[in-house]
Design a protein around this ligand. Structure first.
Ligand SMILES: NC(=O)c1ccc[n+]([C@@H]2O[C@H](COP(=O)([O-])OP(=O)(O)OC[C@H]3O[C@@H](n4cnc5c(N)ncnc54)[C@H](OP(=O)(O)O)[C@@H]3O)[C@@H](O)[C@H]2O)c1
Length: 281
């Protein structure tokens, strides 16, 4: 699979531009174990077989479940595989997410991720979200310390504004930004512009969303029909065409869906179709 060509993160981590989001291999509400353990393991192994070499996860997915399944399915890891985990959110129950950017929490979270993933160093550690109760520079500073200690190779941020991104970059070298971005939600377009200008990887979460555009008669539905593709494949192909720093991480708990998503990278939309989708939000 072409998987959208490659992008080099932080000068030394070359990854294909279509990754995998491992949030969906957990239970309902991203809580607890998946409904079928063997299927979750099969999805993770198939992702790597397809050539996907960036797997996104977080300590909060499950919590712990996603990282544990990744280790069970894939450890010892192939040399090229980048596991990008995150810290900074706590879980009180299914669907409940609480920000915690306190330095002591981030240290504990990172050390837990190192243990569960069975690695000495995390290739890409992402600060999951700014915590309004903690000065952002303190949370970023905690990541810097983890990097200085060799526990983290590269640092990414997530759910940030342009101002927060710049604040983080004044403290550490930020190699990726992970924000919500898709056909129907482009609120992060200014953040994407900074990433594109400065060669920072942009990881859009919820990449498959196409909303009403995917309904009969909508642009996505029409383009999908023309290419004998699905709406989700058009959404991913559009994202990949948006920018050379774009690195979508569609998530699924199904092998069939994973394969379908992987095939989206080979879908060639015409310049006219890309412009139509650009204008369609
Ligand atoms: N940084 C953050 O704050 C943040 C927030 C949310 C997510 N994320 C990351 O981003 C990744 C992607 O986001 P996401 O999982 O929320 O959204 P997504 O990838 O856009 O969509 C996932 C949903 O679409 C379904 N799906 C996937 N492939 C499909 C296909 N080919 N056909 C039909 N349905 C399909 C999945 O269900 P099935 O399992 O049934 O396929 C799941 O319900 C996550 O896995 C996670 O790693 C990060």
């Amino acid at each position: 699979m072409t998987l959208g060509g490659t992008l080099t993160l932080g000068g030394d981590l070359a990854v294909h531009r279509l990754g995998f989001g491992a949030m969906r291999v957990t239970g309902k509400g991203v809580w607890g174990p998946p409904p079928d353990h063997d299927t979750a393991i099969a999805v993770l192994r198939r992702a790597v077989e397809l050539g996907i070499d960036l797997v996104d996860t977080a300590d909060s997915y499950g919590p712990n479940v996603s990282e544990e399944l990744i280790a069970e399915a894939l450890h010892p890891y192939p040399g090229e595989l980048v596991i990008a985990t995150k810290g900074g959110l706590e879980r009180g129950g299914p669907g409940v997410w609480t920000r915690n950017g306190r330095p002591e929490h981030l240290r504990e979270a990172c050390e837990g991720s190192l243990r569960r993933l069975q690695v000495d160093r995390i290739d890409l550690y992402q600060l999951h979200a700014p915590d309004p109760d903690v000065p952002y520079e303190e949370s970023v500073g905690a990541c810097e310390q983890l990097q200085d200690e060799g526990k983290v190779r590269h640092i990414g941020v997530s759910n940030v504004s342009v101002e927060q991104l710049e604040q983080a970059r004044s403290i550490v070298d930020v190699v990726t930004v992970q924000n919500r971005f898709n056909l129907t939600d482009r609120a992060s377009k200014h953040v994407l512009a900074v990433c594109e200008r400065d060669g920072i990887g942009f990881i859009p979460w919820l990449p498959l969303a196409a909303g009403k555009l995917a309904e009969a008669g909508g642009s996505v539905a029409e383009i999908a029909e023309r290419h004998d593709a699905t709406a989700g494949q058009v959404a991913l192909a559009w994202l990949l065409g948006c920018s050379h720093v774009m690195l979508p991480i569609p998530g699924t708990g199904s092998v069939a869906h994973l394969e379908e998503n992987g095939a989206a990278a080979a879908l060639q939309l015409t310049a006219a179709e890309l412009s139509e989708l650009d204008a369609a939000a």
